[in-house]
Design a protein around this ligand. Sequence first.
Ligand code: NAD
Ligand code: ZN
Ligand code: ZN
Length: 390
Amino acid sequence: MKANCWFGKRDVQVVDVPEPAILNSHDAIVKITSTAICGSDLHLYNGLVPTMEKGDILGHEFMGDVVEVGSAVTKLKTGDRVVVAFPISCGNCFFCRRELFSLCENTNPNAWLAQKLFGHSPAGLYGYTHMLGGFAGGQAEYVRVPFADVGTLKVPDQLSDEQVLFLSDIFPTGYMAAENCNIQAGDTVAVWGCGPVGQFAMKSALMLGAERVIGIDRFPYRMNIARKNTGAEVINYEKCDVYETLMDMTGGLGPDACIDAVGMEAHVPGVIGAYDRAKQAMMLEADRPHVLRQAILACRKGGTVSIPGVYGGFDDKIPLGALMNKALTFKTGQTHVQHYLEPLLGRISSGEIDPSFIVTHEMPLEDAPRAFELFLNKQDDCLKVVLKPH
Ligand code: NAD
Ligand code: ZN
Ligand code: ZN
């Protein structure tokens, strides 16, 4: 079959690889109808996350038709149309029983590697490094889905792929980021990043009762999509001082919650940017935590900083003094996608949200290398690419 594979920094190629097979009685094989590129894939593409190996199949946002099930799979049968959650979770461990699916204890065969870096290992993820399991991803014609009863959601035929595909990751990710803000009536929520995750965080914050949402980015087409589709007010961080602007907009109080939907590859102007870039390039600092610093400083006293943006390691100059003295709450995590699948499908089915608003490009899987370039460089007003393997 064809699959989009990682070969090194800024080098992905669609090549022929063996088709997956059932390895465990809880597996299913899914024939992929739609798969997307995530901001998290860009961190791999830019060579910033260790333990990728040449030939690894990328992709953790995908859906399709079940073509084979293992003998222990009870909820699925051949022909079912499913969306797959990006964390691989057993459904039965301490964490899965508490619905903290991205923290599953049983699905990362390389847990020792992650333990060295993080103290404990999160769940295995599709197409996301050997440290997180070395699982083949879904930018391919077929994929093996371990613990298929836990990680899939059947979707109704009347909804298009583009309406349900993002249940695999970014809609639940934006929603969990907003839910983590403990939003109260009247709240203002500021969201750094008008990428796909930021868009869903803004939309979700309003669905969860925020009075105002403020989106922050520098690409006008992304800011416009946020304004038109989510109802956010937007500010361009290149044209203003973000802290001063947020204080002006909130009567000096600061936003009640701040969402960092940017993560480790923040674009950082000025001296601090040069510092982060140089240290990251020399592997002395894992991330460029500029947005996190801004969010902590801008957040109102007693407020929440919610971090869906991915960070990898050890970082400098995080204003912990502000975090402590302002009594802020930090909430973060890889998304517990399985926990959100059914309720968010409900919101799509009822017409409350149509996630397809973020799709700007649809391309055959063969064009994955060009799609990565478009998405990385924000060319052709690219916000989200859906790849079609068949
Ligand atoms: P994206 O790269 O398309 O979007 C990031 C946006 O941030 C861009 O529009 C960029 O212009 C903007 N940005 C960069 N620097 C900024 C700054 N200094 N201030 C404000 N905005 C800035 O990516 P995405 O798909 O939206 O993903 C966003 C983040 O969420 C990534 O770090 C990704 O890895 C992470 N993510 C996390 C999870 C999870 O489970 N927690 C799931 C999916 C994605
Ligand atoms: Zn993702
Ligand atoms: Zn588990």
